[in-house]
Design a protein around this ligand. Structure first.
Ligand SMILES: [Fe+2]
Length: 200
């Protein structure tokens, strides 16, 4: 598997959504997309939201965080495949040394560690941040919490493709569909990780 879980085809489902939605012969409720699997919140969701919590996590209080700059982008959908605008997307992750910005922990100047944005009219969200480090027992990941304008919510984690630790990570292995939690990487500068989210 080359360090990756087989992607069971979230993109295929997305591409197939219009056909399913138009399927006149289907009766009863139609669920065009598989909802993104939930994951535990973990202990490091901020106890208080930092003053600087915008979509650019690479700069905090005017200082630049150490580490490789990446983008995390995606779209928010409901289970019928419709984009959700105005949804709140929060992310938090550890610094390059595997340490979270949290009570009693020390992170480098410039490390924001948490950000929040609302999805635009097409359901898009976008963060600019630094590639998280790894801490014992886990593979590389970014925590994600989502709430739609209608109040549907999800707490999950985004994983990175090609990480040797992915197959050893208990949380990822136990997910309903591990492949749906691994972002798709698009080369570029900065590298971009695409993580679409489907609310149940
Ligand atoms: Fe974590």
């Amino acid at each position: 598997m080359n360090g990756n879980f087989p992607n069971r085809g979230r993109r295929r489902l997305l591409l197939g959504a219009p056909a399913l939605l138009l399927g006149a012969t289907v009766s009863g409720p139609v669920s065009a997309l598989s909802s993104t699997p939930p994951q535990s919140e973990g202990p490091f969701y901020p106890r208080s939201i930092p003053s600087d919590s915008d979509a650019d996590l690479t700069v905090f209080n005017g200082e630049r965080a150490p580490g490789e700059v990446i983008e995390m982008v995606g779209r928010l959908f409901d289970a019928k495949g419709q984009v959700l605008s105005g949804g709140n997307i929060e992310i938090w992750h550890c610094d390059v040394n595997g340490v979270y910005a949290h009570v009693g922990q020390s992170t480098p100047p410039g490390f924001q560690g948490y950000g929040a944005v609302r999805t635009d009219g097409s359901g898009n969200y976008r963060f600019r941040t630094t590639r998280p480090g790894i801490y014992p027992g886990r593979t590389r990941h970014i925590h994600v919490k989502v709430r739609s304008a209608d109040g549907a919510d999800l707490t999950t984690q985004m994983y990175f493709p090609g990480e040797p630790g992915n197959e050893r990570d208990g949380l990822l292995r136990r997910a309903r569909d591990p492949g749906a939690l691994i972002a798709r990487k698009e080369a570029g500068s900065p590298p971009r990780y695409v993580f679409d989210i489907v609310l149940a």
